[in-house]
Design a protein around this ligand. Structure first.
Ligand code: OGA
Ligand code: NI
Length: 348
């Protein structure tokens, strides 16, 4: 079996894309994690956030879910930005706080312990590196824990006698986020003037997953990256971040920092929404940077239709730009082509 050089020299080839770096014992950024300045990082953008980023707070729409004109606000934000902050969303701040602290508890475990809950190469739930890693030339300053279905099995490996709190908090959060995603989808459909019956699945049957992201403090944050530029793959993403790190690519501006707003969640779309809306609501390119001092945690909630349902541009789209396919077929294309998935299913 082959091995890779440098930081991964003892890791078998088949696992090198799944096992994150042992950040705890890494005092210098290894060659495997140093990103060339040219790749994805135009030199002028390789700056860490400064006061200028204050501007970005006012650029990106902040939407109150309870506003009387919420449909227009969301529709407009979706079409012009593809991302917005959401306030008054009804998720208790104490629950969000508990989710972040349980995630921190998980990532603070010793590396050998976390590796016991490693997700299998083809598997969903568990600890591991980001799915984009095999498509990159360099590794990421990131480790994740994906919860698809119940986290009990993996959590009981991490904490044999004490996994209940973790599981309860994650399950409660996932349930509340599911109903929030449902509400947001209804508002978006309203804006697009599409009735729920036109969907090939019942919104109440929507599936979901929760991704806990960890970006350990990094000795040289400018040389590496937390998550490389990507678009999300599913329908809708709702992100909690309490520390800076998320950036979006805005045409004409370059990379813009999405600074956290106390109490707000960040909403953006994935490729499946792009397909349904026939390109009207398209997924925004985003990435995450790391910092030298603090261990940053973010929590991404993803929502998608049941695996066998058909997704296609809504019937009212006069000139569909994507072909129709099942979620399962889409996921296979995404797993194979990652960022190029949409261009594969685009009607030529
Ligand atoms: C993601 C993502 C951004 C962040 O999980 O898909 O883009 O700031 N996360 O963690
Ligand atoms: Ni993302």
């Amino acid at each position: 079996m082959g091995t890779v050089s440098g930081a991964y020299k003892d890791v078998p080839m088949r696992l090198k894309h799944v096992i994150p770096l042992d950040f705890e014992s890494t005092k210098v950024v290894p060659e495997s994690h140093i990103w060339p300045e040219t790749e994805n990082f135009p030199l002028s953008d390789r700056v860490l956030p400064s006061d200028d980023d204050e501007k970005s707070k006012s650029w990106i729409p902040v939407i109150d879910l309870m506003a009387p004109n919420v449909v227009e606000l969301i529709g407009h934000a979706c079409e012009t930005w593809g991302i917005f902050h959401l306030t008054n969303h009804g998720i208790p701040s104490s629950l969000i706080h508990d989710v972040e602290s349980q995630a921190r508890r998980l990532f603070s475990l010793p590396t050998e312990q976390k590796l016991k809950a490693l997700r299998s190469a083809g598997g969903a739930t568990g600890y591991g590196a980001a799915r984009m890693v095999p498509f990159l030339t360099k590794y990421l300053w990131h480790e994740g824990f994906l919860i698809a279905g119940s986290p009990v099995e993996h959590a009981s490996v991490l904490w044999p006698h004490d996994h209940k709190t973790f599981c309860d908090v994650m399950e409660t959060y996932q349930k509340m986020m599911n109903s929030l995603a449902h509400q947001l989808l209804l508002l978006m459909l309203k804006w697009l003037e599409v009735s729920e019956d036109e969907l090939n699945w019942k919104l109440s049957m929507s599936q979901d997953a929760l991704l806990l992201n960890s970006f350990p403090a990094c000795p040289d944050p400018k040389s590496t990256i937390g998550l490389a530029p990507h678009t999300d793959s599913l329908l809708i993403t709702i992100l909690h971040q309490s520390q800076e790190g998320l950036q979006i690519f805005r045409n004409g501006f370059g990379w813009v920092t999405v600074s956290p707003i106390e109490g707000a969640l960040v909403v953006n779309f994935g490729n499946l929404m792009d397909i349904l809306s026939n390109g009207k609501f398209s997924g925004i390119l985003h990435r995450a940077f790391v910092n030298q001092i603090r261990h940053r945690i973010s929590v991404a909630y993803f929502c998608y239709p049941p695996i066998d349902s058909q997704v296609a541009p809504f019937a009212k789209s006069k000139c569909p730009i994507y072909s129709s396919l099942t979620v399962k077929e889409y996921l296979e294309i995404r797993a194979k082509h990652m960022e190029d998935a949409l261009s594969v299913i685009r009607i030529k």
